[in-house]
Structures are given as C-alpha cells and as structure tokens.
Design a protein around this ligand. Structure first.
Ligand code: ATR
Length: 281
C-alpha cells in the first residue's frame, strides 16, 4: 500500500521537497507519494488533521507554519523543543511527533558534504529569527569554541542566546550576542547567514576583514548567489556555499524519521543544482 506524505506551507508552489522525496523513495524502493499542500494562513491545524485522517503518515512544514507545527505536536524531540519550531511532523501510534531537522541539515552539509568540521571553530550566525532558532542546537552540539549571534535588532540576538544558555554544549565554548558594528576586529572560521536578507538581494552590515584564513561562508538561502556570498568570496573565504545542500539534508533526515532508511544525498544535490542552473538560463 502506498504511504502518503506532503509539505505544508503558504505559499508552497515553489517547494522542491516533492522532487527530493520522490527521488529518495525511488532510490530506496519505498512505496510512497509526496505532494504539496497549501494551507490557508488561519487553518494550519485543520489542514494537517484532514491530511492525517485521509491516511497521511507525516508532513514537512515550511514557512510560515514551523512554530504552529511545534505548538500543535503532542511530543517533540529536544531539538524541536529548543527551537520552538518543527519542520517535520510524524504521525505515529495515534500521536503527532514534532522534529526539527533544519539544523542537522546545515551541520551535515557542512561537515559531510563540504568537509568543514565545526569542532573547535569560531562561528558567527547572522540573524535572530526562526532560521537561527532552528540551527542553534545542532551547531552547539558540533562543538564550536566560540558562537556569536549578530542581529540588526540586537535584542533579538540576546533572546536567542538567553534561550540556549543552558544548552548541553559539551565543548564549553563561549556563546554571546553582538550588534554588527561590534564584530569589527574579530575573525571567524565559519559565518552562517540565517537572515532573510539574501532573498531581497541585501546583505547584513558585516565589517570587512572578518573571515579568518581558510574560513567558510554559508548562506541558508538556496538557488542563488547572494550578496553575502559575493562579499565572502571577495573577502577571502575559502569555502562559499548556499543552502541547497541543507535543503536536501534536512529532507534526508525527515525521510529517515518516517521510513527508517537514510537516502543517499550527493546525487540529489547535484541534480537539483543542474536543474536550478538550467531554469536560470
Ligand atoms: P526567519 O524565520 O526566516 O529567520 P524572520 O523571523 O523574519 O525570518 O527573521 C529574519 C531575520 O533576517 C531577522 O534576524 C532580520 O533582522 P531583524 O531582526 O533586525 O529584522 C534579518 N534580516 C532581514 N533582512 C536583513 C538585512 N537586510 N540585514 C540584516 N539582517 C536582515
């Protein structure tokens, strides 16, 4: 019997998730389908329940419903609880379990696909919205020696740091919040852009000279070269990546939660990159 899955968002027409999961299912021989589901802004829960009651086994959740998904779930993983947001709902044994695989997606892409180890590194995360909350736990778990959160509205960066103050950060690294101008004079081994600035071709106000030798720059926006990526390359970052690998890795982790097998991702990332490149020509 075919099992049913979906991605729920508003808007959702642009989502690449069906393409990715259909490929994972083909690759691992799983009998499942996966569709896009547009939920009215005031009817997220009703849309999830309708899908589940019609035989759905799980959903991915995208903007703007990740927080609503966390509120709706009966149980959470630690990562979803810390993030106060869920991008995966697993319908299991009569209850709805909320997971957050966004952060695992970034860390896996950086460490496994791009060969950048976070342990012992100085990391800067830009932004203090949902994307930042989603990645904080897995980044802390990866053991940076320093983690700074910078945000235009600095109070929001302080709230992020406060929220994760008691995190099980085994490395004992330092975590703090700063406004952008105060970053001048510090160098980082990894700068992660978790702002939405790239979507509108803007860039957070980073001072020059901020990349340490051999540093990596990662933008969570995918499918385009953002002003941050261009700045990073000019400022000497050795590795400059967009978030396409994160998108595929968070999907692979969702797939593992639902199906118990982890699909191969490298070929899916390459195929999508080719496809996106063709669409832009
Ligand atoms: P998400 O849930 O995707 O993180 P969000 O909650 O709207 O989205 O947060 C967007 C983040 O991008 C915020 O941290 C925002 O900074 P402010 O809190 O100061 O508004 C940040 N952001 C958006 N455009 C930006 C820009 N041009 N420069 C710097 N930061 C920007």
């Amino acid at each position: 019997m075919t099992d049913h899955y979906a991605v729920i968002g508003n808007p959702v027409a642009h989502s690449l998730s069906p393409h990715i999961h259909v490929e994972f299912a083909r690759q691992t021989g799983q009998d499942m389908d996966y569709v896009r589901l547009l939920a009215p802004l005031d009817a997220f829960r009703a849309t999830v329940l309708q899908f589940r009651d019609a035989g759905g086994r799980g959903v991915n959740v995208t903007l703007p419903f990740k927080r609503a998904a966390w509120e709706f779930a009966d149980r959470h993983t630690d990562t979803a609880r810390d993030a106060e947001a869920a991008n995966v709902l697993d319908f299991r044994d009569g209850s709805i379990v909320g997971h957050n695989t966004d952060g695992v997606g970034v860390v896996t892409d950086l460490e496994r696909n791009l060969g950048f180890a976070i342990a012992g590194k100085r990391v800067l995360i830009m932004g203090a919205g949902g994307a930042t909350y989603g990645v904080m736990s897995p980044i802390l778990d990866a053991g940076p020696t320093l983690l700074i959160v910078a945000n235009r509205t600095v109070n929001k960066a302080f709230s992020v740091v406060e929220n994760f103050r008691n995190h099980r950060n085994t490395s004992g690294g330092k975590v703090s919040a700063l406004p952008y101008p105060e970053l001048a004079g510090t160098q980082f081994d990894l700068i992660l852009n978790a702002t939405s600035a790239g979507l509108t071709d803007e860039m957070p106000p980073l001072p020059p000279g901020i990349f340490a030798p051999g540093a990596a720059a990662y933008d969570m926006v995918y499918g385009k070269r953002t002003p941050f990526m261009t700045f990073a390359a000019r400022q000497g970052a050795t590795l400059v990546a967009d978030g396409l690998g994160m998108l595929v890795e968070q999907a692979a982790e969702s797939f593992r939660i639902w199906r118990g097998v982890r699909p191969e991702t490298a070929s899916v990332i390459s195929a999508l990159r080719l496809e996106i490149g063709k669409q832009r020509q």
